[in-house]
Design a protein around this ligand. Structure first.
Ligand SMILES: O=P(O)(O)OC[C@H]1O[C@H](O[C@H]2O[C@H](CO)[C@@H](O)[C@H](O)[C@H]2O)[C@H](O)[C@@H](O)[C@@H]1O
Length: 278
């Protein structure tokens, strides 16, 4: 089978068994366009509208993100959207959770070492001449952004080693992303989170849509699940900033606009099938 034929047959399996399908979708760079201020990264309205249509067609819709669950719910505008009454948001790589059905957040206590580590960041940035870098505080993680600096890539390189050392001294790890170095606890990633929600929902088909390095563990888990007999379809939200996922994906679309188009097409195809079977 050619890669194109394989992708088509994986999509067909989703279309055949929508009620057994779980779609997991990343937030930044996938549902929401990348912007300089992380607090202004709102979800693409067409993507949310398409997800809402999919909410009543697929078994499960889950947003799986590095953002805190509360932030993703707010920036996504997910609360109270008709069609998203069963949405699950897995935040901070799966540590936190929000269920639309109950409007309850499950947010475990923050690791004690984060506050100590955070206190060391401003002097370290100053020492490295990167004092203007934006620092995003996420409670259980801290993110240093280089996007708004004069040379984002050079600043990323300058900061990568020292922040990795700092993280290691506090038993934490660095998760690199698009112009971000995120310091967080080890032990959970989007692959672990995806596997757990697939098991919980007893999904037999999985679609995962992502754009950045933090999505790679979920891409790998979809591959593992295929070997275990669960169908899998991988969609990459491509950009000039990151190309690690495109070669692994069945479908490559251009950024959040392309994701919104693809979700609309999927919803349209499922609605047609559903109408034809009535
Ligand atoms: O798992 P995700 O939903 O993709 O979140 C990963 C990180 O995304 C955010 O940073 C990215 O988006 C920002 C807003 O568009 C952008 O300014 C930044 O350059 C991107 O890397 C977020 O701020 C981080 O906390 C997330 O971990």
């Amino acid at each position: 089978m050619t890669p194109g034929e394989q992708a088509r047959s994986r999509l067909d399996a989703v279309l055949e068994h929508p009620d057994q399908t779980l779609i997991g979708i990343d937030f930044d760079g996938t549902l929401a366009p990348i912007v300089a201020d992380p607090d202004q990264a709102h979800a693409h309205p067409r993507a949310v509208a398409a997800l809402a249509r999919l909410g009543s067609l697929l078994g499960t819709v889950a947003v799986i993100t590095g953002r805190p669950a509360r932030t993703a719910v707010r920036l996504g505008g997910f609360r109270g959207v008709a069609g998203l009454g069963h949405l699950v948001v897995l935040g901070q790589y799966g540590v936190e959770r929000w269920d639309a059905e109950t409007d309850e957040f499950d947010i475990p206590p923050e690791p004690h070492q984060v506050a100590e580590l955070e206190a060391e960041i401003p002097p370290l940035l100053d020492r490295l001449g990167q004092g203007a870098a934006r620092v995003e505080h996420k409670g259980r993680a801290v993110v240093v952004h280089t996007r708004q600096l004069p040379d984002p890539d050079a600043s990323f390189e300058t900061l990568s080693g020292p922040l990795t050392d700092l993280a290691g001294r506090h038993a934490m790890v660095v998760e690199p992303g698009k112009n971000v170095l995120e310091i967080r606890s080890p032990g959970i990633d989007k692959g672990v989170a995806l596997r757990a929600i697939v098991a919980e929902r007893e999904a037999r088909q999985v679609v995962f849509v992502g754009d950045d390095l933090g999505d790679l563990p979920a891409f790998r888990v979809v591959d593992e699940l295929r070997a275990e007999g669960v169908g899998g379809l991988l969609v990459c939200s491509a950009s000039h900033e990151e190309d690690a996922l495109s070669a692994l994906a069945d479908v490559v679309v251009q950024g959040p606009d392309g994701v919104a188009d693809w979700l609309e097409e999927l919803a349209g195809a499922l609605e047609e099938r559903s109408a034809a079977s009535r």
